[in-house]
Design a protein around this ligand. Structure first.
Ligand code: 1HN
Length: 348
């Protein structure tokens, strides 16, 4: 697969032309590009500075309502994947705006979604009959094929990062979607019900898991941050900082079947050693400031900035002035079940 490319004699070229008419092609002409010795993602490292893009997000609010748009979102498109609505090869990311009084109508689709609240507080999302009120840093899940609508009964705009497995579902040709017959689905359980039932290391007796996604659909930042900070004085992974995985309490596995989510702490002044893994990763900065070297580029970041580390691209992170807290997501759960996921802990 890495030997020299075969020469293209006239006889061979003539043959390729004739077999093309029968919808066939010679593998030996393309093999070296298909089965490559290591990942070479077309995605490139990139950072979206929140301060720079925020005016455009708010401007969308003057141009179109959430209802007309169905979802008023600016896609964060990887510059290496132009026109593909993708931030990595398998994942989509966007920033969604919902203004006071608005409703994003109920629908469902086979794509799984996560919301990570970036700005504003008090808007809600309803999933499968339950509402959750969202605060900055909350990680909220919309499992595959569940009805979901959003609303904002607060007095401030809310912006959240959407992460979906759209390109992955597209590659599998497994997209189904439909609108709910009304803007809002009926609410059948009180706010906080899922967290009370499943979010305290307890689960209802005699109820087997109903889905592959965590029954906790809002992991409130207050609780996640507390867990992280409780470990702050202890040992730290030199390549990854202090990193915690969001778990499905029924299985101990990832919270979502297709998207792995992580909360990390880099103490002030801490510099990680270079690291790469096969899961291209989207990072949303919650607290702190720093600089990340991704491939051969340096990216400076602060609160609410979003950056992407393509698959198998070495990255190292430095929290400069304060403790940094980062939320990140990738397709790692998919790669793990398929036995494909790899990482490399590199020397400085
Ligand atoms: C979607 O349903 C939402 O529910 C956000 O908020 C972004 C992007 C593509 C397809 C469906 C949402 C989406 C989406």
């Amino acid at each position: 697969m890495q030997g020299p490319a075969p020469a293209r004699s006239n006889a061979r070229l003539d043959y390729y032309e004739r077999i093309a008419r029968h919808d066939m092609a010679p593998l030996w002409e393309v093999l070296r590009g298909l089965v490559i010795p290591q990942p070479a993602s077309p995605a490139i490292p990139h950072l979206w500075r929140y301060e720079d893009i925020r005016p455009y997000i708010l401007e969308a609010g003057d141009l179109i309502t959430a209802k007309e748009a169905e979802r008023r979102v600016l896609i964060l498109e990887n510059p290496g994947l132009a026109g593909k609505s993708s931030i990595t090869r398998t994942l989509y990311a966007g920033l969604q705006l919902i203004l006071p009084g608005e409703v994003a109508p109920a629908h469902r689709h086979t794509q799984s979604a996560l919301r990570f609240v970036v700005e504003g507080s008090g808007a809600f999302t309803a999933v499968d009959g339950e509402r959750t009120i969202m605060q900055p840093g909350d990680f909220v899940i919309t499992p595959s094929w569940t009805w979901h609508d959003h609303g904002n009964d607060s007095d401030q705009p809310m912006v959240w990062l959407d992460g979906l497995d759209i390109p992955l579902i597209q590659a599998l040709d497994a997209s189904f979607a439909e609108m709910y017959p009304a803007d809002r689905q009926p609410v059948t359980r009180p706010v906080g019900d899922s967290l009370a039932r499943y979010g305290s290391g307890l689960a209802p007796l005699d109820h087997p898991p109903r889905s592959r996604t965590s029954p906790v659909f809002n992991y409130p930042y207050r609780r996640s941050r507390e867990a992280l900070m409780a470990l702050a004085g202890g040992p730290i992974d030199p390549h990854r900082g202090l990193a915690l995985r969001y778990v499905n309490p029924e299985t101990g596995g990832w919270a979502m079947p297709t998207i792995g989510t992580v909360l990390s702490l880099l103490p002030a002044g801490y510099e990680t050693l270079p690291y790469r893994s096969t899961d291209g990763t989207v990072v949303s900065v919650i607290e702190g400031e720093g600089v990340s070297q991704i491939g051969d580029q340096d990216f400076q970041w602060g609160p609410r900035d979003i950056f992407v580390i393509p698959a198998w691209t070495p990255a190292r992170h430095h929290a400069t002035t304060k403790d940094a807290v980062l939320f990140s997501f990738s397709d790692r759960p998919v790669q793990e079940v398929l036995g494909l996921w790899r990482e490399e802990r590199m020397a400085a």
